[in-house]
Design a protein around this ligand. Structure first.
Ligand code: HEM
Length: 498
């Protein structure tokens, strides 16, 4: 018994010594941050859900560079974005993203989002970059219009007409159904059925949400992943999202067999066409991977943005009224075309402002400092191998870039002020745009930006023109949790015809 206690004591002492030793020897010890974060990444794991607000508070307290983990520094000064997220891509993604890989037949499979290799990234992004250009995305508008029609019909059935008139609409759920259906329509020309059912189907959305929760927590300490979801003996993790791969494969196989390619005009047609153009890169597995990216990266992020636009408009009646006035004055024809609404200054300002305050991702977009280190303006150099990054949630609230009212929703900030010269406005806009990391930056910038914007600039004006939305509890704040994506809750509204 005495011996056991001694062994235990010795182990504890060694672990403590190791932590203290690493702390003293760390080249990052001069950077301020929470005490526990300097010793262990468990501090980050434990604070994941509220990490966006914590990061804001820490930067206010400690300044532009904060130590968030033994080897992690968060930077809030957006001028470093151009260096860290450069088109050269010399700051590689950290192992956070490796948690998003999958293991298939014992092999680790990366994807264009998760890969840490520029070579892999270039190889698989090259074939599809044209597919995501705005010119091609605009050809998908008729598919998105179909989702809009279904969405409006289902809103009317569930919340406006007949016995359902006046029922409360949970906009958190319904925006998610819309975003999944729209991305499914443009990807493989058919809906999944969330809008028709008005609910999750076979736990698809539930498992996707659990997977996000896992990714966001374990990503802070990626070494854990090999003992959890990638454990070769017994998988310990969230419910698997295998359904998504199977679902995508089930759309691909009949399309290939029926030789219907090119008839649907959707992403899948585009991807199948790439097999001939890039025979060494694109095969059936790669096509399924491309389809999965659309579903898993494109649905939640767009839903989050739609919810943010509605939340901030509903909380700011003057902005809501201004947006509707501008839309009415534009004499829009249904189905609304992106090219028309994209030119409306006030509406565009509303979209930008909502994305600024509630970007789809509210985490540090982690990158690894390359050889030579990162030179800071104050003369210090962050050593190679350190994980650094900026958080769109933090840079979007930077008072230096957006002014003292940076925490407020004020679309007008994106417009030229009365008496503001063209030159001043251009300079001010540039500072704001540089601090806006809603879609990331550099060689790993969001590939789906054009798709998301096409959807947003069509569905939001349609809804604002057709319906009146009113919060059921106007004084209540909503809730936003960081699950890598910024997942909101508590956004209930009454909907009626205008
Ligand atoms: C408003 C909606 C969206 C927002 C706010 C958003 C945001 C982002 C951000 C911030 C990144 C950079 C991540 C990082 O550096 O760690 C990113 C990357 C990415 N996004 Fe989006 N996204 C949106 C919509 C979409 C859509 C619709 C798609 C689907 C086609 C998509 C696919 C991707 C992919 C594949 C990447 C990884 C790109 C790469 O590493 O090369 N996103 N997104």
């Amino acid at each position: 018994m005495f011996h056991l206690a001694l062994v235990f004591l010795a182990i504890v002492s060694l672990v403590l010594l190791w932590y203290v030793g690493s702390f003293i020897a760390s080249p990052l010890r001069e950077y301020p941050g929470p005490f526990l974060a300097k010793f262990t990444d468990w501090w980050r794991v434990a604070n994941t859900v509220d990490s966006h607000n914590i990061a804001l508070r820490l930067h206010e307290k400690y300044g532009p560079v904060v130590r968030m983990g033994p080897n992690v520094l968060s930077i809030s000064d957006a001028t470093y974005a151009k260096i860290i997220y450069s088109t050269r891509g010399n700051y590689l993604k950290s192992d956070y993203y490796a948690v998003n890989d999958i293991i298939q037949n014992g092999f680790r499979i990366q994807n264009i989002f998760s890969t840490r290799s520029n070579e892999f990234h270039r190889k698989y992004i090259r074939p599809i970059s044209k597919t995501y250009s705005m010119a091609n995305i605009l050809t998908l508008q008729p598919l998105a219009d179909r989702t809009t029609e279904t969405f409006c019909r289902r809103l009317e059935e569930e919340f406006i007409d007949g016995k359902n008139a006046g029922r409360t609409c949970n906009l958190v759920d319904w925006m998610l159904y819309y975003a999944w259906e729209c991305v499914a329509e443009v990807t493989f020309d058919e809906p999944i059925g969330f809008l028709e059912k008005g609910n999750d189907i076979d736990g698809m959305l539930y498992t996707a949400d659990r997977a996000l929760g896992y990714f966001s927590h374990v990503g802070q300490m990626p070494g854990l992943d090999k003992y959890l979801a990638k454990n070769p003996y017994y998988r310990l993790g969230p419910p698997s999202i295998d359904w998504a791969g199977k679902y995508a494969a089930m759309r691909l196989v009949p399309r290939l067999q029926a030789k219907q390619k090119g008839k649907n005009g959707d992403f899948l047609d585009n991807f199948i066409g790439l097999k001939e153009e890039y025979p060494d890169t694109v095969d059936e597995n790669v096509i399924v991977g491309y389809m999965l990216i659309n579903l898993l990266a494109g649905a939640d992020t767009t839903a989050i943005t739609l919810r943010a636009i509605f939340y901030y408009l509903l909380k700011n009646p003057a902005a809501y009224a201004n947006a509707v006035k501008e839309l009415e004055a534009a004499n829009l024809q249904l189905p609304i075309q992106y090219a028309v609404t994209e030119k409306l200054p006030y509406f565009s300002a509303v979209v930008r402002e909502a994305m600024r305050l509630n970007p789809g991702l509210g985490v540090m977009l982690e990158r690894v400092v390359p050889a030579g280190g990162l030179a800071l303006e104050d003369g210090r150099t962050i050593p190679a191998g350190t994980i650094v990054g900026l958080n769109p949630w933090v840079t979007g609230r930077d008072k230096g870039a957006f002014g003292e009212d940076a925490y407020e929703f004020r679309p007008e900030r994106w417009l030229q002020g009365d008496g503001e010269s063209d030159a001043d406005f251009t300079a001010r806009s540039k500072v704001m745009k540089d601090a806006d990391l809603t879609f990331g930056g550099g060689n790993r910038v969001c590939i789906g930006k054009n798709l998301a914007l096409m959807e947003i600039y069509k569905i939001v004006p349609t809804l604002l023109l057709k319906y009146k939305f009113e919060l059921t509890e106007p004084d209540r704040e909503w809730r936003v949790d960081c699950k890598f994506f910024m997942v909101q809750d508590r956004l209930n509204a009454k909907v009626s015809r205008r």
